[in-house]
Ligand binder design. Structure first.
Ligand code: PLP
Length: 397
């Protein structure tokens, strides 16, 4: 769709004109107030327009706003140090990028350069970005068939959402990896938060993938673009199973949405001789303004232990949804932390709930035909969460 010269993805559709945003509330250009249960898809995890973050940018703008990739600045080095202190010591270097797509593309290039192998494994019904490489390890084939050929060597498996599926998946994975020609597998931390299925893997998934990838010399790329920054009840998703990935990608909530920024965390020793081959380049990455926001964002998450709020409020929301919506209408309510999938039995009902909720003042994101993906800002006050929940449940007829 094109509206006022701007091109919109038809899958996401044009929703409304955003005129003002504050905390967990949005207003359209006609003054309509809506509660946000999307965080701009896991981006404004701290709520919209936090004065502390905006002030950090203003302060930085008085000093310097640009740094090309061949120089360093104190603010970039400071953020790299702060960020990596939250990750296992094996992840000690960062490739600077501008988005989640770019971070994942960079991760794939590094995996190929390090292993000398070509294949990469991803999952159906996931989202890792919009380039040829990142589309080739996710999405739904019928949505992108007209773009083919994508990257022929990339393989997509089904994400395991039950113990039985996990057992079968691990058997299959072992067979594929045993050929010793897979450079990397890319996955989120036991959940699918990017567009699509909102599936959750049984406990032990990530650890088992780590064991098999280690055994067969395949790199594990953990996409934390959606799971990072307290969304899953931990500051980062890798902490849930205490798994150490070879590469971690980040973006979105890194600056809380105020500036384009992404990161691809790696082991410096492993990539040292291959940086030229992996073409680590990005003119607008880690601009000082973005870094000033990112430093403040990380500070707030840690200061307020936001992951604990996410865990508590996420549990509460799931329980309330289970109590308040009649079970006959629901296929499943599932989630980790403040990332909740509400799966209905019926496509039309799902659409109606989203539309009616918006009319009544709640903004929801539908991530698939029958799934609403609930991901409010993590610090949403309880009374606003309750108000949103009442709107949602009253829209279910
Ligand atoms: C899990 C995941 N990975 C990667 C991306 C791509 O990030 P970006 O839109 O910053 O390119 C997204 C975006 O929705 C995502 O949800």
């Amino acid at each position: 769709m094109i509206k006022n010269h701007l091109v919109y993805n038809p899958v996401l559709e044009w929703k409304f004109k955003l005129a003002k945003a504050q905390g967990s509330l949005l207003w359209d250009d006609k003054g309509k107030r809506v509660i946000d249960f999307s965080s701009g898809w896991n981006t404004a995890n701290l709520g919209w327009n936090l004065p502390e973050i905006n002030q950090a940018i203003i302060d930085q703008a008085k000093k310097n706003t640009y740094a090309p990739s061949w120089v360093s600045t104190d603010i970039q080095e400071q953020y790299a140090k702060n960020l990596m202190a939250e990750f296992p010591k094996e992840l000690d270097a960062v490739c600077r990028v501008t988005s989640g797509t770019e971070a994942n593309e960079q991760a794939i290039k590094i995996a190929r350069a390090v292993t000398g192998r070509k294949k990469v494994i991803g999952f159906n019904d996931t989202y890792h970005g919009s380039t040829f490489g990142s589309l080739s390890i996710g999405y739904r084939p019928e949505y992108i068939s007209h773009l083919s050929p994508l990257v022929a060597e990339f393989i997509k498996l089904d994400f395991p959402a039950s113990q039985k599926e996990l057992d079968l998946f691990l058997e299959k994975l072992e067979l594929v990896l045993a050929k010793k020609d897979v450079a990397a597998i890319i996955t989120e931390a036991g959940i699918v938060t990017g567009w699509g299925s909102m599936k959750i893997a049984p406990k032990g998934y990530l650890g088992a993938v780590r064991d098999l990838t280690d055994k067969h010399g395949t790199m594990l790329i953990l996409d934390e673009v959606g799971t990072g920054f307290s969304r899953l009840g931990k500051l980062f998703g890798h902490q849930i199973e205490k798994v150490i990935p070879d590469i971690v990608t980040l973006a979105k909530a890194m600056t809380n949405g105020v500036a384009a920024m992404g990161a691809c965390l790696v082991n410096g020793e492993k990539i040292k001789g291959l940086i030229g081959q992996a073409k680590v380049l990005s003119s607008l990455a880690w601009m000082p303004l973005a870094c000033s926001a990112a430093i403040k964002v990380l500070e707030i998450h840690k200061r307020n232990r936001l992951w604990e709020t996410a865990e508590a409020n996420g549990q509460w929301l799931q329980q309330e949804l289970k109590t308040k919506i009649h079970s006959s209408l629901i296929k499943e309510i599932r989630g980790i932390g403040m990332e909740i999938g509400l799966e209905f039995n019926d496509t039309q009902l799902t659409k109606t709930v989203v539309e009616k909720s918006f009319i009544k003042g709640l903004y929801l994101r539908q991530s698939d035909d029958t799934i609403i993906q609930i991901m409010p800002p993590l610090n949403t006050p309880k009374e606003i969460l309750k108000e949103g929940l009442d709107i949602l449940t009253s829209a279910v007829v």
